[in-house]
Design a protein around this ligand. Sequence first.
Ligand code: GLV
Ligand code: MN
Ligand code: MN
Length: 413
Amino acid sequence: MKSVTVPRINGDRLWADLMALGEIGFAPGCGVTRTALSDADLAGREWLVGKFREAGLEVRTDAACNVIGRLGSGPSGMGLVALGSHLDTVPQGGKFDGMLGVLAALECVRTIRGAGIQLPWHLEVINFTDEEAAHNAGTVGSRAMMGDLSDGELEKSLKEGRPSFAEDLRKAGKDPARIGEARRDPAEFSCYLELHIEQGARLESQGVQIGAVTAIVGIYRYLVTVEGEPAHAGTTPMTLRNDALVKAAPLFTLLPEWVKARDPEMVGTIGQVELFPGATNVVPGRCRFVVEVRSQRTADMIYLREVLKAYAARREGWRVETILEKEGTPCAEPLILAIADAAAAEGLSCIRMPSGAGHDAQSLAAAGVPTGMIFVPCRRGVSHSPEEWIEPAQAAHGCQVLLRTLLELRDRA
Ligand code: GLV
Ligand code: MN
Ligand code: MN
């Protein structure tokens, strides 16, 4: 590929933004908690809107609460390139998962404008709502934009006592009944690019600076409910109990065995368990938990789903409900090549690799938008943790590759 002249992004400015945003929802020892549509998330969005405006972007918030900053360029109808990720975090998360993609895209806009570069398409920077599954299935904003929400999912909370997405959306000033207005035609997008931390240790362990993502993992999730009978923990003899936790417990260790036996690259997790009524002196009357499996291979996830369903069907009081069945999604080959070329032109080492984490990019790719993802290493591969960390130079490398990829695409447009 012929190399184009690409201005340097300002790594200090990007880092300062990451650190400033990382203060919103931060508590010492607990990392950042900015779960989707929480007060902290709303504060983060307000901060972002200010930054977007400062950078000269036209800002709007769509019906799914996605924050969209637009740099209009050239005559209308020339297509659209979108960059983005998410600002919401898991409970007690880090300062980079999602934020890096949004703030690096913002830094690209500032660099492009500072250099007086005219793009042949409109450019949008998007902060997608609820990537992290705070309410139910996750990637809500990006799926809403691609018209891929399931019936009733917005009204259902996976955690007792926690508001649903619909309730939180209303609190944020949007009408859930109108979420369909967030939908856009995938054909509107020439492509979508997302920079993200790897969230695994492959790049770091191989001493590689950039990952060009080939495909994003598939995710199947199920809500399992096991019914028992609540009873007094002091007066109910062991032989007379119908303890929902005791009934559910064998599955907690069986799941990893099923997954390992099927495919060493597949993963399976039970990361959320609730007991009802949930008191020290009450025998659990109900146990509710979420089973998640991830694989690039749909057949493996279907196999696990059927094993789980058969196990539940053989037992009394078990119910399995589907939360999410998202297939593994390939990235667009021309974009994978463009990212690898951009890394090489920047003198950065690069490998092609799949993503084991889910991303908003998957929603766009699944809808047919040509999609590319850039990974940078994170320390020890740790993510979804207060320990999540990258170095300023790694953030800058990723951002520079994002900008170069964009400008190389411009020259091919
Ligand atoms: C999102 O970070 C996910 O992979 O669950
Ligand atoms: Mn995440
Ligand atoms: Mn993320």
